[in-house]
Design a protein around this ligand. Structure first.
Ligand code: Q9C
Ligand code: ZN
Length: 681
């Protein structure tokens, strides 16, 4: 069932450039494409993709978003003299025209449509279109911010029209606000637009009031436009991940898109002269991964900005690795979100509270943030004397001079998924069975001690445990990425695995995710070597531990909404911050978890521990082996359908846990510190 990744690129789109002096536009160069594509070729990534040709968007395609007058005006640009082009350019903001840009703009939009066609017809699973000019700033009748036609907006209408797609999610991770996309779908509840962007209280380009968190959409589209304005530069990996976990993903899962489009600008990465952010290129591996289980994996990325050629190329490669299914890199520098990011998150969550049941419990916006920030004359002159005023340039900190480590090479073990199954059980497609070569009793005795031997005295059970340890050993050596074991007794197997890891320096942190009620085995410690998140229905006395987190859902694991809420808002941030070397995912007997949720959980957890997940299931869960293996192999999970409201009791349980744990695990924070007093009592 493996399906490929499309790469859509044509050199023709490098064949236009700025022909006059304009400091605002000089960063948008042909090299942006040659360098990105060159890096994909050099690393062998391009060869692993399905190369799909571009095409020109037709007039009808362009008119899905743009006005006839605007299209006719742009059509004339190939015949203009230099003076006429400069003159034409003047009516728009931060954009330039060139005799060949109309051709390239048709190719950029057409490339995006080719990508949508390839994904919707299932020729490929997902893909990336490397295009110029970008699109997200252009609106019905105006070019803007290097953009001529709105590639992603056109593709959205095209997908709805041609394929009857009901709900489209657009994730705009470019560092600028894609106001063109916002305008196109503001009143349309079938398109959920999410954008984070450098804003600095409206002082950053494009300086629009409507880029603030208060623009939530209009009329029927109210709630379907989500803006997260960054009011400070220097946002890091934690800031991006926390917005994904606490806002975008919960809403996206509730929305349940049929297709996900990404305005994939990489000017939100470190080193970018426009963005001045500090997120490292590997973060895009995780952002991509976190979107890959929505819409049954139908994910189309379309290049927007990205102006530091080194950062851009690295980010593009990280993204394509993930689209191809390579194990995620170890997430770096997750020390928790900064105060300004939390303030933005808090405001955006509270603005969307009326529209999404996953946010019903979100804290109200603090009153000191309720009025629009107004800058005093003093503050203004102070800032001019301060660090960074790009246009004047005197004391400018050159973002291009920022240095960061090149992301480590993505390691892909020779074998993706191995299984340990009882005699006679069929090995799922694409997996390999573990054949144990060591004498079971000798190895298991040394690992387990006599206590467990007496319980697991059957030969078969012993053999399974032995194979399990063999599998773990191979995962530690990175010979196998992940695995699944059907065992006689999950509790014993879990203990066995944890003990094994305890004695091994390669697996010094194990995230144990227990699904269902069970008595946990003893080696749960407070030394940080294990972090246990135990989701079930039985009230477990909360031991106020940092490393043992019982989540008791009212209807247990069979409640889709409650479970997903726990996974996205609690487990993922905890997991990312803990940064395990191994994830043990345990399906307790009779836990009642529904298949779709289990798939999502299995898929999402693979963003951790470089994909090293070991799934333990009881022998009688044979029926779920194939779907689990499929998710471990990197196939997308099934859609859950639009989620309904969580039970108030569960909301309360999760909130209580989050509040208790957020001091130790600051990726759990959803509000800025000074406003936190109100909600804690
Ligand atoms: N220093 C895209 O990233 N210039 N467009 C702003 C402020 C406009 C960016 C000048 C930047 C447009 C697709
Ligand atoms: Zn941008």
């Amino acid at each position: 069932m493996t399906m490929g990744t499309a790469l859509i690129y044509d050199e023709e789109m490098t064949k236009y450039k700025l022909l006059w002096v304009d400091p605002a536009c000089k960063i948008e160069t042909p090299e942006r494409l040659t360098v990105s594509h060159g890096a994909l070729v050099r690393t062998g990534l391009a060869d692993r993709c399905v190369s799909v040709p571009v095409r020109e968007a037709t007039d009808a395609d362009v008119l899905l978003v743009h006005s006839e007058e605007y299209l006719e005006a742009v059509k004339k640009t190939p015949y203009m003299s230099l003076e006429q082009l400069m003159e034409f350019t003047l009516q728009y903001g931060d954009v330039y025209f060139h005799p060949n840009i109309y051709h390239c703009a048709k190719l950029a939009a057409g490339a995006t449509l080719q990508l949508v066609d390839s994904v919707m017809t299932r020729r490929v699973r997902n893909g990336l279109a490397l295009v110029r000019p970008p699109g997200h700033h252009s609106s019905t009748s105006a070019a803007n911010g290097f953009c001529v036609f709105n590639n992603v907006a056109i593709a959205t209408r095209y997908a709805k029209q041609k394929y009857g797609v009901k709900r489209v999610l657009i994730v705009d991770w470019d560092v600028h606000h894609g106001q063109g996309v916002q305008y196109a779908f503001e009143d349309d509840p079938s398109v959920l637009y999410f954008s984070w962007h450098r804003y600095e209280h409206q002082k950053f380009w494009p300086n629009l009031r409507e880029s603030d968190y208060s623009s939530v959409g209009k009329d029927k589209g109210a709630g379907f436009n989500i803006n997260v304005p960054w009011n400070k530069v220097g946002m890091k990996n934690s800031d991006y991940l926390s917005v994904f976990c606490h806002l975008l993903l919960p809403v996206a899962y509730e929305f349940c898109p049929d297709l996900v489009l990404v305005c994939a600008g990489f000017d939100s990465a470190i080193g970018d002269p426009e963005g001045h952010m500090c997120a490292t290129p590997d973060i895009f591996a995780h952002l991509s991964h976190l979107l890959m289980n929505l819409a049954e994996g139908k994910l189309c990325l379309v290049l927007e900005g990205g102006y530091n050629l080194t950062s851009l190329a690295q980010s593009v490669c990280q993204t394509v690795h993930t689209l191809l299914g390579d194990p995620a890199p170890q997430p770096a520098n997750l020390q928790g979100p900064c105060e300004s990011a939390l303030e933005s998150l808090h405001c955006a969550r509270s603005a969307h509270k009326p529209y999404w049941s996953c946010l019903k419990h979100a804290a109200d916006k603090p009153s000191d943030l309720s009025t629009q920030y107004v800058q005093t004359e003093e503050q203004r002159s102070e800032e001019h004397n301060g660090s960074e005023q790009t246009e004047e340039g005197e004391q400018e900190v050159k973002a291009e001079e920022v240095v960061w480590a090149e992301p480590p090479k993505r390691s892909t073990p020779p074998l993706r998924t191995a299984v340990v199954l009882p005699e006679g059980a069929a090995c799922p497609d694409g997996c390999e069975p573990i054949s144990s070569s060591v004498d079971p009793s000798a190895l298991v005795v040394s690992q387990l001690g006599e206590k467990f031997l007496r319980e697991a005295d059957e030969r078969d059970a012993l053999t399974a445990l032995c194979k399990l340890l063999t599998l773990l050993g191979k995962m530690e050596k990175n010979e196998i990425c992940n695995g699944l074991a059907l065992v006689h007794d999950v509790a014993t197997a879990m203990t066995c695995a944890v003990q094994h890891c305890g004695g091994n320096s390669l697996t010094n942190r194990v995230l144990i995710v227990c699904v269902g009620d069970a008595v946990l085995p003893s080696p749960i410690t407070e030394d940080g070597k294990t972090l246990v998140v135990h989701i079930g229905s039985k009230e477990i006395k909360d031991q106020k531990s940092k490393y043992y987190i019982p989540v008791c859902l009212k209807k247990g694991c069979s409640d889709v909404t409650g479970f997903m809420q726990a996974v996205l808002g609690l487990l993922l941030p905890l997991g990312y911050q803990y940064d395990p070397s191994l994830v043990l995912l345990v399906w307790m007997p009779d836990c009642g978890v529904c298949e779709g949720v289990w798939q999502q959980l299995t898929g999402l957890l693979q963003g951790l521990a470089q994909g090293h997940t070991l799934v333990l299931m009881q022998e009688n869960e044979k029926a779920s082996v194939d779907v689990t293996a499929s998710c471990l192999l990197g196939n997308p999970a099934a859609c859950l359908g639009p989620l309904d409201a969580p039970l108030p009791e569960d909301v309360e349980t999760l909130e209580r846990l989050r509040l208790r744990l957020q001091a130790d695990w600051n990726l759990l924070q959803t509000t800025a510190p000074e406003s936190r007093g109100d909600e804690e009592h």
